[in-house]
Design a protein around this ligand. Structure first.
Ligand SMILES: NC(=O)c1ccc[n+]([C@@H]2O[C@H](COP(=O)([O-])OP(=O)(O)OC[C@H]3O[C@@H](n4cnc5c(N)ncnc54)[C@H](O)[C@@H]3O)[C@@H](O)[C@H]2O)c1
Length: 274
């Protein structure tokens, strides 16, 4: 018996990196997963990995920032699995520049992806969450459901060149606390995880070598200067960046029954106090 047996978990941006590790971790504990990614191939790969583990997965492709995305995403969960238990808002990327160089396009793209998309997803999930909670109450069962929003230590400490991203990830913290108060009556735990430096394609590449990723047709610079990465490791109490599996472990904790009385909290997963 796994502690997430039969639960339905929606994990955005789960084609790669932390999102993929979260999807695999939740699936390994029995959850059925709705995979999403901007890129079709990695999303299908994650779904295939889950099926190979003997799990169940459905895929909802596309950009979480698209105005019609949230409805499609919730519909995918309902069509395939007929319920929603866990929503992990993970999809995201950085598009950095110092304030004087940051365009409106850059500003809004990051706010749309990290704040507006989770807002729309949670709003679209509301009727399902409410109906499930009413059915549970009628049957006199107490069933906890989970929202885990992904934030960043950039929101807690600020990061030069990331006014858009630090602002959006700080917004995620406010959204988390507000929704924890709204959805407590539905027995939904709403928490956030603020990651520090986790090794993924977002951070692994050498920014100075001109590494880019294609996000919705735009080539966006990614990566960290290797000198900065080295000095980070030297200053970090645990002496290294986190792995995607460690990042997923923290999200998993907030999806388990053991966290049923934890809500509106921001857990830093950074290998250091924040
Ligand atoms: N890696 C870190 O050090 C770190 C630190 C703090 C927070 N985070 C956050 O963790 C989350 C995952 O980042 P990661 O490091 O795994 O990055 P990643 O690039 O390895 O993976 C992110 C995945 O999300 C997808 N994605 C990006 N934008 C999307 C969109 N608009 N719609 C749908 N899918 C989209 C990408 O295609 C990719 O597969 C992000 O929200 C990021 O901001 C990461």
């Amino acid at each position: 018996m796994n502690n997430l047996d039969g639960k339905v978990a929606l994990v955005s941006g789960s084609g790669r990196g932390i999102g993929q590790a979260i999807a695999l971790k939740l699936a390994s504990h029995g959850a059925r997963i709705v995979i999403n990614d901007l890129d079709r191939e990695p999303a299908e790969e994650t779904a295939e990995l889950i099926r190979q583990m003997g799990g169940e997965a459905a895929v909802c492709h596309g950009n979480v920032s698209a105005p019609d995305f949230a409805e499609r995403y919730i519909k995918t969960a309902m069509d395939h699995f007929k319920g929603i238990d866990i929503i992990v808002n993970n999809a995201g990327y950085t598009w950095d520049d110092v304030v004087q160089k940051m365009s409106d396009e850059q500003w809004y793209a990051i706010l749309d992806c990290h704040m507006t998309a989770p807002f729309r997803i949670l709003r679209a999930a509301y009727p399902i969450i409410k109906a499930q909670a009413l059915a549970d109450a009628e049957a006199q069962r107490e069933v906890f459901r989970k929202v885990v929003n992904i934030s960043s230590v950039s929101a807690l400490n600020g990061n030069a060149g990331q006014m858009n991203y630090s602002g959006a990830k700080a917004g995620v913290i406010g959204m988390t606390r507000a929704l924890a108060r709204e959805w407590g009556r539905f027995k939904v735990n709403v928490n956030a995880v603020a990651f520090g430096f986790i090794e993924t394609r977002m951070t692994r590449a050498d920014a100075h070598a001109g590494a880019t990723v294609s996000i919705d047709g735009r080539d966006i610079r990614v990566g960290i200067n290797p000198e900065v990465a080295k000095s980070f490791a030297q200053r970090n109490p645990l002496g290294r960046p986190g792995t995607t599996d460690e990042a997923a472990g923290a999200v998993y904790l907030l999806c388990t029954p053991e966290s049923n009385y934890i809500t509106g909290q921001i857990i830093a997963v950074a290998g250091s106090p924040q």
